[in-house]
Design a protein around this ligand. Structure first.
Ligand code: CP3
Length: 348
């Protein structure tokens, strides 16, 4: 069994020699090599220059020994193509210059052709496929709800008041926006597979803000369209969200061959809610990587014990790696996952 395809095998629920592991946001400011690149270039410059984006994607592959690389990009890049303006403000996070708040704002959104408008993303994927020597490459996009929430709020939000106001009070505008975004995101993901992505992750990071019924009424059909198109390419598709303990069955029904779990639910409980016919990814609390080595060890063992050697587990954090994470703790966690899961299989 080739070590190199552990990740793809686990996505397909096939047996593996050791549990594959990668971390969401594994490239970023916690790494000195990343900070060195960021001293010279802005985040958008890195994303838009394929040589730089590919270099940054490879940094965690080299220094952590993870089982997959993820494209370096951002879920908000399609906002540039949609014509709403995107900048990253120091300390504030992303800012959308022209938020989408009415039907006429929705109608003004530009038509997007991912192969040309986001050609730099496609080029980054091509460069990465050449440089990864067979290590799997994950492409990604936001899910319609999470992307819509940034477009409507104009940036990050705590309560999603404007997003929900559009949902409840201007449902026609909401559905028109979700219809456009799901079409754009579906074609963006399909284009990424054409450019070399061997798996896809759809980030619905903030979907936990919704009740199950609102998810079903206002989001699920659009997520389903994106996930169906992504899955039709034949590559594994990871469907991820946070705060999703009550949404998991509805998310699974929307699609994805792997469902991402955050740390708010125990991995085995989340997997029982989902059923055995789907793979799971997760779900160490990212804050555990700030703790001492024995705490990390106990928590890594606990996630693996709950996965119980079942085929179809990809080890990851429950959300993105935190900025002040010591690199050596991230590296130690990767080694522990490989070591402890090998022993588990050997002992069975
Ligand atoms: O996983 C990876 O290593 C690939 C790179 C990646 C980035 N953004 C680069 C980035 C990925 C997968 C994303 C996804 C993303 N972007 C999400 C979904 C994942 C999640 O964590 O929920 C979201 C919600 C965004 C939007 C976004 N981009 C925010 C809220 C921020 C600001 C956060 C911060 O730390 O300031 C960004 C900026 C961003 N995107 C950074 C990186 C490495 C921060 C880096 C910088 O300024 O250099």
């Amino acid at each position: 069994m080739e070590v190199i395809d552990r990740f793809l095998r686990a996505c397909r629920r096939e047996p593996v020699d050791a549990t594959p592991v990668w971390f969401m946001r594994q490239a970023g400011r916690y790494m000195p090599e990343y900070r060195a690149v960021r001293e010279k270039y802005t985040l958008l410059e890195i994303c838009q220059q394929p040589a730089l984006a590919a270099e940054v994607s490879l940094q965690p592959v080299r220094s952590l020994g993870v089982d997959a690389a993820i494209l370096f990009a951002d879920i908000l890049l399609p906002a540039i193509s949609l014509g709403v303006g995107l900048r990253f403000a120091k300390g504030e996070g992303p800012v959308i210059e022209h938020p989408v708040r009415s039907m006429s704002d929705v109608q003004r959104l530009r038509r997007v052709s991912p192969e040309t408008d986001l050609a730099y993303v496609m080029e980054t994927l091509k460069v990465l496929r050449r440089e990864l020597n067979g290590l799997p490459l994950i492409g990604f996009s936001g899910a319609p709800f999470t992307l819509a929430s940034y477009l409507i709020e104009g940036g990050a939000s705590r309560d999603f008041a404007r997003t929900k106001t559009m949902m409840y009070s201007a449902p026609e505008a909401w559905h028109a926006l979700m219809d456009k975004l799901s079409t754009v995101l579906a074609s963006y993901l399909v284009a990424q597979v054409g450019a070399g992505a061997q798996a896809l992750q759809v980030f619905d990071s903030w979907i936990g803000a919704l009740s199950p019924q609102d998810y079903i009424d206002f989001v699920q059909p659009y997520s389903r369209r994106v996930l169906d198109c992504a899955q039709a390419t034949g590559v594994p598709v990871i469907h991820f969200g946070t705060g999703t303990s009550t949404l998991l069955p509805a998310m699974k029904a929307a699609g994805g061959s792997v469902i991402g779990l955050d740390w708010r639910i125990a991995l085995d409980d989340g997997w029982s809610l989902l059923g055995d016919d789907v793979a799971v990814q997760g779900n160490l609390d990212p804050a555990v990587l700030l703790a001492d080595r024995p705490v990390i060890e106990t928590r890594v063992r606990d996630v693996l014990r709950r996965a119980a050697g079942r085929p179809g587990h990809i080890f990851n954090l429950g959300h993105g790696i935190l900025q002040n994470t010591p690199v050596e703790n991230a590296r130690a966690a990767v080694d522990m996952v490989h070591e402890f899961s090998t022993l588990q299989v050997g002992a069975a």
